[in-house]
Design a protein around this ligand. Structure first.
Ligand SMILES: [Zn+2]
Length: 366
């Protein structure tokens, strides 16, 4: 039993701790940020143009509830890795295009973790693009296709134990997923996919095995990315997440209809991600979601084969849009230009992190 003096000390200490904690934390200490690359390369023509809106019904519906930036520019190298790295570092990146090198300057993930001393579970990058293993050093980078591969291997080798009835079905599904959106080179196992904390990987692998046999079986890499993102949000509730979608890069294969299907699928998945933000108590009312394509695609069919690639450097490749949703976002629309290097600067301000960026925080969001 406590003496009166001990009791008062304990009570006083408790009050002091509470006051200290409040004083030490900025008002947005619990702010969460989710950066979504509406990715793989998509043009204005198939998204927020008059004729494109039919391909993105969910984003079109969400636009009035957020802040729409009509002119969001990628002025850097028009490759997937460098474009996304520029978004995460706030500096225009020019590193090896296949993800063999990390970005040349710190990402917002690294600065957030080191300055705020948060646990590794607070920062995640979930990427469909197979070469993104090194996109964010010292962050949980998950390549769900890679995870699925490991999960399926597990299913196939231990099928009996896990109660899997139809192994060939799992393999067929795996093949379908791995064949999509890979720029014609198939898939590769990257070291980064193996560096995930074992406990985390076991959790996700287990979830995947369940998922493959559940009613929501994935039919594309991006659906898998969404599913893993939602699992991570529910299991670990991280403060900072990159969701990298990539299916629409199937356009390199030359099928306009597959490209459009991927655009509409990504729209649906972003809508579902937003639904999760609104329904998950760890995210509701405290999360800022920034949705933007990391790059466009060629505009002129005569000069550069139109939608197939993203190498001409014309306006159709560079002049994109961004939709900001959620906490702290003023509803409305901005005509004037912002740039991809502004995104990390904006995220840094929202998270209370000092950050050296070529861009500036966007006033309509911070
Ligand atoms: Zn591409």
């Amino acid at each position: 039993m406590l003496s009166k003096r001990q009791f008062l000390q304990a009570a006083g200490l408790t009050v002091a701790n509470q006051l200290g904690a409040i004083a030490a934390q900025p008002s947005d200490a619990k702010r969460k940020v989710i950066i979504v690359t509406f990715g793989g390369g998509v043009r204005y023509a198939e998204t927020f143009s008059k004729d494109g809106l039919r391909n993105i019904p969910r984003l079109a519906e969400l636009q009035p509830a957020g802040h729409f930036f009509r002119d969001c520019r990628n002025l850097g190298v028009l490759s997937h890795f460098n474009s996304t790295a520029s978004i995460l570092t706030g500096q225009w990146q020019r590193v090896d295009d296949f993800g063999f090198q990390p970005p040349a300057s710190p990402t917002i993930f690294e600065s957030f973790r080191s300055q705020r001393r948060v646990s590794p579970a607070e920062t995640w990058a979930i990427c469909t693009n197979k070469s993104f293993a090194s996109i964010a050093p010292n962050t949980n980078v998950v390549l769900p296709k890679q995870l699925l591969l490991e999960a399926v291997k597990d299913v196939v080798s231990k099928g009996g134990e896990l109660g899997v009835a139809d192994r060939s079905n799992v393999q067929r599904r795996l093949e379908t997923i791995l064949q999509e959106g890979c720029e014609g080179v198939g898939w590769t196992i990257f070291k980064g996919g193996r560096q995930l904390d074992k406990k985390v990987r076991d959790t996700l692998t287990h979830a995947l095995v369940e998922y493959i046999h559940g009613p929501e079986a994935p039919t594309s890499g991006d659906e898998l990315t969404f599913f893993i993102t939602r699992e991570v949000m529910r299991e670990f509730a991280p403060q900072l997440i990159l969701v990298n979608f990539w299916d629409m890069d199937v356009a390199h294969w030359g099928s306009y209809s597959l490209y459009l299907q991927a655009v509409t699928r990504t729209d649906r998945l972003v809508g579902m991600l937003w639904d999760e933000v609104r329904e998950n108590s760890a995210y509701k009312d405290k999360t800022t979601v920034l949705v933007l394509p990391e790059l466009g695609r060629d505009g002129d069919i005569n000069a550069a084969n139109g939608f197939l690639n993203h190498r001409s450097g014309d306006a159709s490749c560079r002049n994109m849009w961004m939709l900001a949703l959620g906490a702290g976002v003023d509803k409305g629309e901005t005509e004037g230009p912002i740039a991809h290097v502004d995104i990390a600067a904006t995220a840094a301000k929202l998270l209370g992190v000092k950050f050296d960026a070529a861009g500036k925080p966007i006033p309509e969001i911070v």
